[in-house]
Write a protein that binds this ligand. Sequence first.
Ligand SMILES: NC(=O)c1ccc[n+]([C@@H]2O[C@H](COP(=O)([O-])OP(=O)(O)OC[C@H]3O[C@@H](n4cnc5c(N)ncnc54)[C@H](OP(=O)(O)O)[C@@H]3O)[C@@H](O)[C@H]2O)c1
Length: 274
Amino acid sequence: MSGQVLVTGASGKTGKSLVGLLKDRGVPCRAATRGGEPAFDWTAPETWAAALEDVASVYLVAPPTVDDPYSKMIEFLKVATREGSRRFVFLGMASLPAGGPAHGQVHQWLKDNSDDWAVLAPSAFMQNFAEGSHLATIRDEDRFYSNTGDGRVPFISADDIARAAFALLTGRATGEFVITGGEAISYDQVAERIREACGRAISHARISTEELVARFLKRGLPELTARFLAAGYETIAAGAHAQTTDVYSVLTGARPTTFEAFAEANAQVWRRAG
Ligand SMILES: NC(=O)c1ccc[n+]([C@@H]2O[C@H](COP(=O)([O-])OP(=O)(O)OC[C@H]3O[C@@H](n4cnc5c(N)ncnc54)[C@H](OP(=O)(O)O)[C@@H]3O)[C@@H](O)[C@H]2O)c1
């Protein structure tokens, strides 16, 4: 492949793992972060040209804390195409299809304007419990909160998403790839598995959608993002998004990480946080 891979969200859950894979396999890449050199910021278009120099493919991660990053991403995609980038792999969301709000806008733009794109649309990440949104309350209150009731989710490891993104960035497959872990489990079952791995009495606290929105806002998410995320989680309670797919195995030839293996690997994080 001539030209580098630009990895946005390179300090985030999937991005840092993807940069590691690209480096290990000798694929030239540039990690785009606000603190990097050159700095890359979705909200500062003057930082885009330097990041895009000699870039053939781009991994696109919408930053959750930026208010409406999607229109900025579409502007960026226009610049990237003009500057010679050809292949785009976008980290979407299984619950937000093309043409819909938020991630769906970027997905639709790629469909309409590029002939070399892939959207990886994952279910919720296992890492939300070990480094993401739920870790703080696990640490401080021995519990995590959701409005998902008994709904089940085929949680996927961010490292598996990175492996799938690697396959897509270095391959030619195009289209949408709804990627999940191998087993759908409830948030009560997640608490059980974390408990078994780390020995602390962790539980799942059931809250309403409005309470969840309030928690997201307190964490600094923009209001629109807080509302569509909470509404997305509410549909889990109703049984949506429990389906697993074989996309991970098809793209990588391997089996997805199980929640037990993830919990075992992260037991120290939860023990230390106790
Ligand atoms: N977590 C899940 O369960 C889940 C499930 C499905 C889809 N997704 C999607 O995955 C994406 C990533 O979510 P995440 O929670 O896992 O976050 P993350 O990738 O772990 O972290 C966000 C990344 O965005 C970067 N960032 C933030 N503001 C930026 C800015 N102004 N300019 C450039 N980079 C910026 C951060 O880098 P710096 O702060 O270092 O600049 C960080 O690398 C989101 O679009 C989310 O909707 C997440």
